[in-house]
Design a protein around this ligand. Structure first.
Ligand code: AMP
Length: 290
């Protein structure tokens, strides 16, 4: 696996591969890799012959009081994991490579409305940071396909919208969430949890499962906005009772992320974000049309 730090080197390698008729699949990350990230590389296999991963802890997507400085950085171990997974190239730029004129001067890409709610409401500016850096990474790598985790469901929806609106010729692929045996979605931020909090954390996934079960137990006619609101309220109360500080717990239309309105066969998703100690956990569970 090549490990490179400059745009010019990525371009040169990608150019050669493309000229040889090879499709390039790209997996952007912030590093501190776990099995969830590696599953994206495995997923990429079906969509290309060459695999590029990037590691960039993007300062633009962190708020002033967030964990940018403390975000776990483990580049040597990450590189070993990527190499073992069959990645061809690791792009690990510094901030100057990504924002040559400084972050404040950098072109921003913003996807309105959908970026302003859920995680966007709690973390103002977060998604503009995400779409701006992903657009720039797409411009550098020019992949045929890019793989993102469904764990960050809102992020995936926003990136799909950006790629579609800006006519980016890139197939955006959503990969399933990888979980620990007890159901907790793997995340670099899980290491902020104390032992007691880690034992409590799988309740987030359980609350999503309970909410989907409760929705499915309603008859189609019974899936009113009031019934949905009651399930959301109960779920919030359940998590709060266990010590979580709930940012949101909502049932949404999986395609638009707008509030779920029952119609036959419309897929939905229950999305939640909650803080437990120092960690902010997010998770979601999709359900088929009820
Ligand atoms: P991050 O390094 O946290 O920015 O994540 C990089 C990519 O890995 C994103 O597309 C995430 O959605 C994805 N990802 C993170 N955790 C998981 C997981 N547990 N399962 C699947 N994908 C994940």
């Amino acid at each position: 696996m090549q490990i490179i730090t400059t745009t010019a080197e990525v371009r040169a390698a990608a150019c050669k591969w493309r000229a040889a008729g090879e499709r390039i699949a790209f997996v952007p990350t912030m590093g501190n890799l776990h099995e969830g990230h590696i599953s994206l590389i495995e997923r990429a296999r079906a969509h290309g012959q060459r695999f590029i991963a990037s590691i960039f802890v993007n300062p633009m997507q962190f708020g002033p009081n967030e964990d940018f400085n403390h975000y776990p950085r483990t580049p040597e171990r990450d590189a070993e994991m990527l190499e073992a997974a069959g990645c061809d190239m690791l792009f690990i730029p510094d901030a100057k490579e990504i924002y040559p004129a400084g972050q404040e001067q950098a072109t921003r890409v913003s996807v309105p409305a959908i970026s302003d709610e859920l995680c966007g409401a709690v973390r103002p500016g977060h998604f503009v940071g995400v779409t701006s850096v992903v657009a720039r990474l797409f411009g550098i790598v020019q992949p045929d396909a890019a793989v993102f985790g469904r764990k960050d469901f809102q992020q995936l929806a926003i990136i799909r919208r950006m790629a579609q609106d800006l006519c980016m010729p890139i197939e955006i692929i959503g990969a399933p969430t990888v979980r620990a045996e007890d159901g907790l979605a793997l995340s670099s931020r899980n290491q902020y949890l104390s032992v007691e909090e880690r034992a409590q954390a799988p309740a987030l996934y359980r609350s999503l499962q309970q909410a989907v079960k409760a929705l499915q137990a309603l008859s189609p006619k019974g899936i009113s906005s009031e019934a949905i609101a009651a399930i959301e309220d109960e779920s919030r109360a359940y998590l709060q009772g266990l010590g979580f500080k709930v940012d949101y717990f909502v049932v949404r239309d999986a395609a638009s992320l707008l509030p779920y309105v029952y119609a036959a066969e419309v897929p939905g998703v229950v999305l939640a974000a909650a803080r437990l100690g120092r960690a902010r956990l997010i998770d979601n569970l999709e359900f088929d049309g009820i």
